[in-house]
Ligand binder design. Structure first.
Ligand SMILES: C[S@@+](CC[C@H](N)C(=O)[O-])C[C@H]1O[C@@H](n2cnc3c(N)ncnc32)[C@H](O)[C@@H]1O
Length: 403
């Protein structure tokens, strides 16, 4: 980051083509490699971006991956402390408006959507996790840590990366190295509050610390609907939905995940909420296997949750969201009691809402069930989706009543 308008890379420029100019003028903050016509420099260098006629488009940091530069401001001003503090203050002001004061785990900065491409900051009670898309963003880190220390005195700050499959970078060797970069580590798991619930998270394991805060509004919407229901939570991870269900009076909650550590953490989350685990079931198993067993034994549920990853491998085979959604929905329908509810979630931004809807309808047809969509939900407001960033709205959730 430049100090008062100078510093590393002073005077460096990047020339981009007319296509890139059009997008940057709309607010899009990425310049792709093939859009660069001249200029450049080492990774992390601050540059002035110019269009084909030499007009200034903004200030950027150079990358050497599938993205050539991230544009941080749309004028020729420097990426200095005053600029960074203003961006961070604006992001924090939004969270003060939209995050309930009883919620202590949330996203403080949502990358491109808060005008800070490649940088996410998650707040976990008194700990911060900085998630970088690339080491090219590293020049901002010291300034972010200084701002965090001044405005919210974190006990510890962790740095981690969110590897992108489009990058060929070896993230295992990347510098600055991931880990604790300020303060001290927590004594154990950190307990964060979400509404009336507590979840245990591990900031050192970022970005996936043990709670998906983007699902908070989905849990809130479901709150009045758990009472007395038999719930099956598949792809459950650390059981956040199971905890919510049990806390709000579900008759029984069955939690299924392929990963044993996830199931152990789900049980620990029950304990953190004073919920007896012996009333509920925790199963380390492939979701399809579990569905098959429940169907064969005639076991039924009133509400089934499906929140699979884009891709996974188990002893049963390979799960690929694009291919397998209809099969998954059909399998869930077969263990749903009449008029039971199905909650489906996809965090795959590249799967359009329309295509996803088509896959879900195919699943209902396959199971020979009809269904009513009750609501569509999305990411919590601390994960804002910017109008200038098409990838910003990635989370799709819908709730169905299956007749
Ligand atoms: C996107 S996370 C689910 C997040 C969770 N619904 C929540 O809100 O906390 C996906 C989870 O699916 C699990 N998983 C992946 N493949 C699986 C499979 N075939 N059967 C069961 N669980 C699977 C992973 O271990 C991971 O915990």
């Amino acid at each position: 980051m430049s100090k008062g308008g100078g510093g590393k890379g002073r005077g460096r420029e990047l020339l981009v083509n007319a296509y890139s100019e059009k997008w940057v003028r709309k607010g899009f903050q990425w310049v792709y490699r093939q859009e660069v016509t001249a200029g450049g420099g080492p990774l992390g260098t601050e540059v002035l971006v110019r269009g084909p006629a030499g007009q200034v488009l903004g200030r950027a940091l150079l990358d050497d991956g599938w993205i050539a530069a991230r544009v941080y401001r749309m004028d020729d001003g420097p990426l200095d402390a005053a600029w960074l503090d203003a961006r961070l203050d604006a992001a924090a002001a939004l969270r003060a408006q939209v995050v309930d004061p009883n919620t202590t785990g949330y996203r403080l900065v949502n990358g491109e959507n808060d005008g800070l491409p490649g940088l996410r900051i998650d707040w976990w009670d008194h700990f911060a996790v900085l998630v970088l898309d690339s080491p090219a963003v590293a020049p901002l880190v010291d300034g972010v840590v200084a701002w965090l220390e001044r405005t919210r005195a974190p006990r510890g700050v962790y740095l981690c990366y969110r590897p992108d499959h489009r990058d060929e970078r070896d993230f295992a060797r990347v510098q600055p190295a991931p880990g604790l970069i300020a303060g001290h580590p927590p004594a154990g798991d950190v307990g964060v509050r979400e509404r009336s619930l507590t979840f245990r998270v591990r900031p050192a394991e970022g970005p996936d610390v043990g709670l998906y805060a983007d699902m908070r509004e989905v849990r809130a919407w479901l709150e009045p609907h758990w009472l007395g229901r038999r719930v099956l939570n598949t792809f459950a991870y650390t059981g956040a939905f199971s905890v919510a269900a049990a806390h709000h009076g579900a008759a029984e909650v069955v939690t299924v995940d392929l990963a044993q550590p996830a199931i152990e953490r789900a049980e620990a989350n029950f304990a953190a909420n004073d919920l007896a685990t012996d009333l509920h079931e925790f199963i380390v198993e492939d979701t399809f296997k579990a569905f098959d067993r429940f169907r064969r034994t005639g076991r039924q549920f009133d509400l089934v949750l499906l929140d699979p990853p884009a891709f996974s491998r188990s002893d049963v085979g390979i799960w690929s969201a694009k291919r397998d959604w209809p099969r998954l929905v059909a399998a869930a329908c077969r263990v749903l009691a009449p008029d039971g509810w199905l909650v489906v979630a996809s965090n795959q931004g590249e799967l359009s809402p329309r295509d996803w809807q088509g896959l879900l309808l195919e699943g209902f047809e396959k199971a020979e069930r009809r269904a009513q969509e009750l609501t569509r939900l999305g990411q919590a407001p601390d994960f804002p989706a910017a109008s200038w960033f098409p990838e910003g709205r990635y989370l799709k959730v819908s709730v169905w009543r299956v007749l």
